[in-house]
Design a protein around this ligand. Structure first.
Ligand SMILES: [Zn+2]
Ligand SMILES: [Zn+2]
Ligand SMILES: [Zn+2]
Length: 501
């Protein structure tokens, strides 16, 4: 964050009335927090604290470290930089918490979304070290859903929820099997089953537990099918790459949103063109067929239980993606910006974004996951695949990663993070020298592999805790993060206006 941004954010917080008499406090803060905020705002090292907080993007709960490090030039042995937490306010160095979830840390989750956006976009259109020729290869955006485990209330494009012709029918529990309402977006009924006793909670949790394996099988089957179509070993003539994100639906089941790309075989560092026989349209059809066919026989939870055959839901949605500019045709192919935007947004959602606590359906899924884990434990089979299910009750049985990619899809998140750290060093060095730096000229250097690093960093660090010193500092950081977002939004908006003018 630049100095100008820091002070803009800071002005905004101060403007909120923090320093003026009769201030009512930041929204949602109690008297003690209010006093802590005031104390921080009147402290002698306020300026340094603000800079330190800005450096971690006003993260909600930064990690506190104490220690020091020295950067040494590998060839000359010269000390390039020295850094010690002792020089920071309070003698601690803050690191971002790095949480991807928007409900945990708005600042870090935004950064995660931004990195995910760049990662996805580079795999669609090239850039960030990915050759632009990837844009020529067939690319499909697919959504693989969970099957139905029972009727739930839903929004169906301004139509009624679950209308049913003929005489009103009830299930064996005496509850109606139809719903004639048109649910609004904030309706708490959304995602709740029409009858919780009819809903198959066990299958839902077990499906979620095996969903990562189902995805893995899908990718294997897809490669096999493409090899059949091409009449050759896939590795000889093509390579399948993907990036996927898991998103919770309101009924508490995950969807997989995936970008699936067919490249040519590996050619040195480059991507050879994809075999011309497989067009994006054909790839899209094959993805749909394979997703509909793949199954998995899940072992029973207890020895006397039955084997469950799991599959993806019948609704497999696939669309062709094109890498060129945004299209005006709403039903036309998706653009790189559109898919990267969708996936980045999905990647920061979580099960608890839909508030498990106040949601009877999600609460029940959570309880069933715990019960199944307890049953598996009681059966005393050391090979049971469900022994750890209880640890994943909070994710309603989903143990996979929320965003994953195959090795060659695009640049990695780690590399993007390292590039950002290097960029920050460049910006700080330029600021000290009173010059500016154009990071676009440095992209290749910023994204370079670690092994090319000319400097060696030696240090000793210890964990000193998590979070800000008190609720007041947390409230200030949270308010500043919100202002920084607002500031970034306005700037982006102004930039768009300038561009279109
Ligand atoms: Zn954070
Ligand atoms: Zn309904
Ligand atoms: Zn029922």
């Amino acid at each position: 964050m630049t100095r100008a941004k820091v002070s803009a954010v800071w002005d905004a917080v101060a403007d909120a009335g923090a320093l003026s008499p009769g201030w009512g406090g930041l929204p949602g803060t109690d008297a003690l927090t209010h006093a802590q905020v005031t104390e921080r705002l009147q402290s002698a090292d306020l300026e340094q604290w603000t800079s330190a907080a800005a450096r971690v993007g006003f993260c909600s709960s930064p990690v506190r470290l104490v220690g020091h490090s020295v950067a040494v030039n590998r060839t000359s042995g010269e000390v390039v930089r020295q850094y010690a937490s002792a020089d920071e306010p309070g003698g601690v160095t803050f690191l971002r918490c790095g949480n991807r979830r928007a409900d945990r840390c708005p600042s870090c989750s935004r950064l995660y979304a931004a990195d995910t956006f760049h990662l996805i976009r580079a795999g669609v259109a090239g850039g960030k070290g990915v050759p632009e020729s990837v844009a020529e290869n067939p690319l499909v955006f697919a959504t693989l859903t969970a099957p139905s485990f029972g009727a739930v209330h839903g929004r169906r494009a301004h139509r009624r929820c679950r209308p049913r012709a003929g005489p009103a029918a009830c299930c064996e529990h005496g509850r109606p099997t139809a719903c004639f309402e048109v649910h609004q977006l904030d309706d708490p009924q959304l995602g709740q089953p029409l009858c919780a006793d009819c809903y198959d909670y066990e299958s839902h949790v077990l499906w979620q537990w095996w969903a990562p394996e189902l995805w893995r099988r899908f990718t294997i089957a897809l490669k096999r099918r493409l090899a059949q179509l091409l009449g050759a070993d896939l590795g000889d003539i093509a390579s399948l790459q993907y990036a996927k994100v898991a998103e919770y639906q309101v009924r508490g089941a995950v969807h997989f949103h995936a970008l699936i790309r067919l490249d040519g075989p590996q050619a040195g560092d480059g991507f050879a063109p994809a075999p011309s026989e497989i067009t994006a349209g054909l790839l899209s059809e094959v993805v749909e067929q394979v997703a509909a066919e793949v199954t998995l026989a899940a072992a029973p939870v207890t020895p006397d239980g039955t084997t469950l055959v799991l599959a993806f839901g019948a609704q497999v949605d696939t669309r062709v993606v094109r890498a060129s500019r945004r299209t005006d045709d709403p039903d036309g192919p998706l653009s790189a910006e559109q898919v990267a935007g969708y996936l980045a947004k999905y990647a920061t959602k979580s099960a608890t974004d839909t508030e498990t606590r106040d949601n009877p359906h999600l609460r029940r899924l959570h309880a069933i996951a715990q019960r199944l884990a307890a049953q598996a434990g009681a059966a005393q089979d050391p090979n049971s695949p469900y022994l750890l299910l209880g640890r994943w009750a909070h994710t309603l049985g989903f143990r996979g990663h929320f965003s994953t990619k195959s090795r060659r899809y695009s640049v990695t998140l780690g590399r993007l993070r390292r590039a950002r750290q290097r960029a920050q060093i460049h910006i700080a060095t330029a600021a000290r020298a009173g010059t500016t730096v154009d990071l676009r000229d440095l992209e290749a250097e910023l994204l370079a592999d670690d092994t090319d690093e000319a400097t060696l960093v030696i240090g000793s660090w210890a964990y000193a805790g998590s979070g800000w010193a008190n609720a007041g500092e947390t409230a200030l950081a949270t308010a500043a993060a919100a202002r920084a977002r607002e500031y970034a939004r306005r700037r982006a908006c102004a930039r768009r206006e300038t561009q279109s003018a």
